[in-house]
Design a protein around this ligand. Sequence first.
Ligand SMILES: Nc1ncnc2c1ncn2[C@@H]1O[C@H](COP(=O)(O)OP(=O)(O)O)[C@@H](O)[C@H]1O
Ligand SMILES: [Mg+2]
Length: 223
Amino acid sequence: MTKIIELLNVGKNYRRGNEEIHALSDVSLEARTGQFLAIVGPSGSGKTTLLQQIGCVDLPTSGRILIDGEDVTKLSDSQLTHFRSRTIGFVFQRFFLLPTLTALENVKLPCVFTKHNAHQTKADELLKHLGLGDRLHHRPSQLSGGEMQRVAIARALVNQPRILLADEPTGNLDSSSAHSIISIFRELNESGLTVLMVTHNMELASMAQQILYLKDGRITKVE
Ligand SMILES: Nc1ncnc2c1ncn2[C@@H]1O[C@H](COP(=O)(O)OP(=O)(O)O)[C@@H](O)[C@H]1O
Ligand SMILES: [Mg+2]
């Protein structure tokens, strides 16, 4: 299988006043198309920073990042935004749904920016596929946590990304909703999507094919 993600000696520093924070140091990793990777590590170890670099939200201070063969560290801001919207889907712990929009409107929202009109029907299809056929016109406040996260997953998938990045996606969910979210990731992964998930929960991490351990901005173990 081909490499879809490759990081070569990636470093990311943040500046806070006079202090330089080494959030990532010399991180090299690769993922093949269709892999399901979990990233674990203590709070502050650089997990979110790592997903942001892979997700083209931000560029690293040093090193190279190849996504789908493209050296994203060479792209301009607008090229990076375009590349991200076509290639990457993001899911977050706090869902980030817009409270005034219905489930269906939330899922269609990314199509507005990418002008993928054809994918608007996809929104409906995705929500139904994720078991939310009877929730299309509900607002987030009328949904459970697990349902909100399923809406967020549908939103992440509506532009048909090749990579799904999830940052502690089950952190706000009870254990049964958490398991159903992981089952969705596994099913998506089995149909070819590459999935990277940050989690604190070792039981959920062990459902991925490979676990990367981060500590102090470095990968300390892969198993
Ligand atoms: N925008 C930022 N500005 C300054 N420091 C940051 C910023 N984002 C993260 N950090 C710091 O970088 C380190 C890694 O943070 P983060 O990637 O959020 O870790 P994790 O997700 O594993 O908790 C921490 O020391 C954090 O305080
Ligand atoms: Mg984090």
